[in-house]
Write a protein that binds this ligand. Structure first.
Ligand code: ASP
Ligand code: MG
Length: 422
């Protein structure tokens, strides 16, 4: 018997019938003797609907006062979910009780719409568990120091679940979702993509940050920091499959030291179409240049990803970086206004038709020649590389968007990810 946290995504909670299915699955675990805490998302589409309503009422600029109200609105989706799930559990003959984030409480900072969890008091939940109840807690929600409701950013229920699991020292946090695990790459792009039985949390962190949307990245950070055993699995298996079978399904996020097996060099191929490339041409090559360009961008709260600066000719160089596409125009405008004249740079060029493709694997630490295999595979397909960045466990390239699928398929093959699990 163990304390287990289950998290169910919006699709799994998408209709009364699906909620009844979730209740049956949770009841099965509780009847097997486990203490159960369940963290559901809002029903699918609900958060979008709520935020859409807000936008219709007021398309206003997002001042802190506006953001506060957005959280008041968005958090209600999860409140409905927990109530419905607790009812469904009761109908299954379980004792069940639901809580909003503030009732637990799950305390956060005050960054409305993207708050960070600061602490969780588990006393109330523990008392319920001890009394034999299943506890259902809203995902996505928290409360700040002044008693305002906050939300954790889109997809934040994953983080709620992992944080609750960490605070309660749960034996495992099971993330039930509409895919059956983490894949070597997106199966819609590469039909031969395989489900990974295990993936290290560092690889998962890279894959999440590189655009694999299975988990909210903060949940992976949390799992790493507090070493929460976490598994991603399907909520569409029949609810009554044997617990032993269910507990082994999906993908387990592991910690490297736990790994006994020989690691594949590359575990997955990630890609992301959300970035745009910006080049400031003809900047004088002198100390402080990177700061005068990127400092201004950072001051505007724009995140920068890949950065390159080349050697200079005649005292001038070109400086390129990528930003999220949503920030593209704002960045170009800001550079034209504040940076180009001040530096005496030549001009700003931009390209929104790019994508970033990355290979990820902790095996890259101990193997040479991984990047060159990547570059060879791309060159054999005639794909031009515009930018390259590397870290210990990943290599990313920026290429023309139109070659994305070709590149992902070529790399998947080049690193033998098409081969069946051994
Ligand atoms: N309901 C929230 C969203 O749609 C949180 C979540 O589902 O994880 O972003
Ligand atoms: Mg999600």
């Amino acid at each position: 018997m163990a304390l287990i946290v289950h998290k169910y995504g919006g699709t799994s909670m998408g209709s009364p019938e699906r909620i009844r299915n979730v209740a049956k699955r949770v009841a099965k675990w509780a009847r097997a003797g486990h203490q159960m805490v369940v963290v559901p998302s809002a029903m699918s589409g609900e958060t979008n609907r709520l935020l859409g309503l807000a936008k219709e009422v007021s398309p206003a600029v997002q001042t802190p006062a506006v953001l506060r109200e957005l959280d008041m609105i968005a958090c209600t989706g999860e409140q409905v979910s927990v109530g419905l799930l607790a009812l469904a559990l009761q109908a299954e003959g379980m004792e069940a009780i639901s809580y909003n984030g503030w009732q637990v409480p799950i305390k956060t900072d005050q960054a409305y719409t993207k708050a960070r969890i600061e602490s969780i008091d588990d006393a109330r939940v523990r008392a319920d568990l001890a009394a034999g109840r299943v506890v259902v807690i809203t995902g996505f929600q928290g409360i700040d120091g002044d008693g305002n409701v906050t939300t954790l950013g889109r997809g934040g229920s994953d983080t709620s679940a992992v944080a609750v699991a960490a605070a309660m020292k749960a034996a495992e946090c099971l993330i039930y979702t509409d895919v059956d695990g983490v894949y070597t790459t997106d199966p819609r792009v590469v039909p031969e993509a395989r489900r990974l039985h295990t993936v290290s949390f560092e690889e998962m962190l890279e894959m999440a940050s590189l655009g694999s949307k299975v988990l909210q990245i903060r949940s992976v950070e949390f799992a790493g920091k507090y070493r929460v055993p976490m598994r991603v699995l399907s909520s569409f298996t029949p609810w009554d499959i044997a617990i032993e079978e269910e507990a082994k399904s999906g993908t387990l996020i592991t910690f490297e030291e736990d790994e006994k097996m020989e690691q594949a060099v590359v575990s997955g191929i990630a890609f992301n179409r959300d970035e745009a490339k910006i080049t400031v041409m003809g900047v004088p090559d002198k100390p402080g240049i990177a700061y005068s360009i990127l400092g201004k961008v950072a001051d505007a709260n724009i995140d920068v990803d890949v950065i390159i600066q080349n050697v200079s000719h005649d005292g001038r160089t070109d400086f390129s970086f990528t930003v999220h596409r949503n920030d593209y125009q704002r960045t170009v405008d800001l550079l034209n206004k504040d940076v180009v004249p001040a530096l005496g740079a030549k001009e700003v060029l931009g390209d929104t038709k790019i994508c970033k493709v990355s290979i990820v694997g902790i095996g890259m630490r101990s193997h040479a020649g991984v990047a060159s295999t990547m570059f060879r595979a791309l060159s054999e397909e005639g794909i031009n590389i515009q930018m390259i960045t590397t870290s210990e466990i990943k290599t990313s390239v920026v290429i023309d968007e139109k070659y994305m699928e070709l590149a992902v398929r070529a790399l998947h093959k080049a690193f033998d990810l098409d081969q069946p699990n051994t």
